[in-house]
Design a binder for this molecule. Structure first.
Ligand code: GDP
Ligand code: MG
Length: 181
């Protein structure tokens, strides 16, 4: 019948990175298409759900785990990482040290969770706040190289504020997650 071959997936996606890089803003933009200049920092993990009608026979429910106020990794345990299907690793283009932070997060991610075949779960590097500054060509090739070295599936410059590449980056991640399922 018509139901035949319809698949619904539920994927847990982690949104990680240093404090104030724009994780919550990215999620709010992606899920609600809203942006707030002032956001309260909450302690713990914020959960959001995004439903994507991927194609006529596939629906994806993305459960986004936005780490809040525990960006120093302390107090985080395996439960946070457990059974996650993918990750958005965010840094702030206007604050170089947050790129180091993002790489530390990627390292932690890979040490905590992997695919059944032992490969790292798909992770996308997000260079957020691109409305404030642009990735020059030289930095683009550096980021490209960094992604290959650190095992990111790709990177995007994004702006939660101006809604640049938010859907595109998420879609890219989901495409890779679906290939593993
Ligand atoms: P989090 O701690 O990583 O969750 O970061 P927030 O989402 O709370 O954002 C921290 C600050 O950066 C807030 O003042 C946001 O308004 C601001 N912010 C977030 N995303 C962007 C962006 O894309 N562009 C600009 N200009 N500011 C942003
Ligand atoms: Mg936050």
């Amino acid at each position: 019948g018509a139901e035949l071959g319809f698949t619904e997936h539920l994927f847990k996606v982690l949104v990680i990175g240093d404090h104030k890089v724009g994780k919550t803003s990215f999620v709010k933009r992606y899920v609600k298409n809203q942006f707030y200049e002032e956001l309260k920092t909450t302690i713990g993990v914020d959960f959001s759900m995004k439903v994507i009608d991927w194609d006529s026979h596939t629906r994806v429910r993305l459960q986004l785990w936005d780490i809040a106020g525990q960006e120093r990794l302390r107090g985080l345990n395996r439960v946070f990482f457990k059974r996650s299907s993918g990750a958005l690793v965010v840094y702030d283009m206007t604050n170089g040290s947050t790129l180091d932070g993002a790489l530390n997060w990627k390292h932690e991610l890979d040490s905590q969770v992997m695919l059944k075949n032992g490969r790292p779960i798909p992770a996308v590097l997000l260079a957020n706040k691109c409305d404030e500054t642009k990735v020059c060509r030289r930095n683009a090739s550096l980021l490209e190289k960094l992604c290959q070295e650190k095992g990111f599936i790709g990177w995007f410059q994004t702006s939660a504020k101006e809604n640049i590449n938010v859907d595109e980056a998420a879609k890219f991640l989901v495409k890779h997650i679906l290939q593993n399922n």
